[in-house]
Design a protein around this ligand. Structure first.
Ligand code: PPS
Length: 283
């Protein structure tokens, strides 16, 4: 599934290189007007980038409909994304799946704003599992049981979900870091957009917020070729095996994990999240 290890973390050499990862960590300069969407995989990355793109353009969907998401918000840790980010005229919208300890060190001295979107890890697991079946570079994920063991032990790309969330949670009191859960976006997208706007210092009127909410809906994104992954070539994503915009719901794990698997997951979760005294919507 992965064929590159950088500082003990798995990556794929199709998208990453040691040189790129090291450059991003040590030399990449975050600018004060950058906005970076940070996520563990399958936690709502594309959804947040859609929302941020719409907010930036006052709810006007023309921009998000004219460029694929990876050009609107490059993933800085990928070889392609880094090149895009370096030639992106500021103010930049960026994306990253990196754990905090591999994130650009320049962040600590910048006012760049980071929006961390987190999601119930059981739903992340299920979404990741089905994504891996289609994403050619991840190869066959095996059974759900096997994949869950790899997920729980962190033997998947971009480190373990637990380390990722715990590392970023340590930054939560910084004024330029904002946390939001996928489940909050689900429950109240309008209220979430308003909170994100407040964090960004962006004022939108009611009609503009309506447009952000409408254009960032699951159905609208599923229908839009710049947002739904359909532009990703068959050699990378086998569109016959599934779709990127799969279900877009919370709690789908209940349809895929047995009671025993869910209980096992809960035990590992309790153990690994000990000391994290932040209530998450799924707790
Ligand atoms: S990736 O590949 O790691 O960047 O994937 P990521 O974008 O983080 O997560 C993909 C999941 O997010 C769902 N999604 C949405 N849900 C609700 N509303 C909207 N608008 C939306 N856009 C994307 C997508 O369907 C994936 O979740 P699952 O559970 O697989 O459906």
């Amino acid at each position: 599934m992965t064929n590159l290890i950088y500082k003990g973390i798995f990556f794929t050499s199709q998208f990453h290189s040691v040189e790129t990862l090291s450059y991003v960590e040590n030399e990449f300069q975050l600018l004060d007007d950058d906005i970076v969407g940070v996520t563990y995989l399958k936690s709502g990355t594309h959804w947040m980038q859609e929302i941020l793109g719409l907010i930036r353009h006052d709810g006007d969907p023309s921009w998000i409909q004219s460029l694929p998401v990876w050009e609107r918000s490059p993933w800085i840790e990928t070889i392609f994304g880094l090149k895009q980010a370096l030639k992106y005229p500021p103010p930049r919208l960026l994306a990253s799946h990196l754990p905090f300890h591999l994130f650009p060190k320049s962040f600590l001295h910048s006012k760049a704003k980071v929006i961390c979107t987190v999601r119930n890890p059981k739903d992340v697991l299920v979404s990741f599992y089905y994504f891996s079946k289609c994403f050619e570079v991840y190869k066959d994920p095996g059974t759900m049981e096997e994949f869950m063991e790899r997920f729980l032990s962190g033997k998947l790309p971009f480190c373990s979900w637990f380390d990722h969330v715990k590392g970023w949670m340590e930054m939560k009191d910084r004024p330029n870091v904002f946390f939001i859960a996928y489940e909050e976006l689900q429950q109240d997208l309008r209220g979430s957009v308003e909170r994100i706007c407040r964090f960004l210092g962006k004022e939108l009127n009611s009609r503009q917020i309506d447009s952000v909410v409408d254009n960032a809906s699951f159905q609208k994104m599923k229908d839009k070729k710049m947002s739904n992954f359909s532009l990703v070539p068959e050699s990378t994503f086998d569109h016959k095996k599934g779709t990127f915009m799969r279900k877009g719901i919370s709690g789908d794990w209940k349809n895929h994990l047995t009671v025993a698997q869910s209980e096992h997951f809960d035990r590992v979760y309790q153990e690994k999240m000990q000391g994290v005294n932040v209530p998450f919507p799924w707790d």
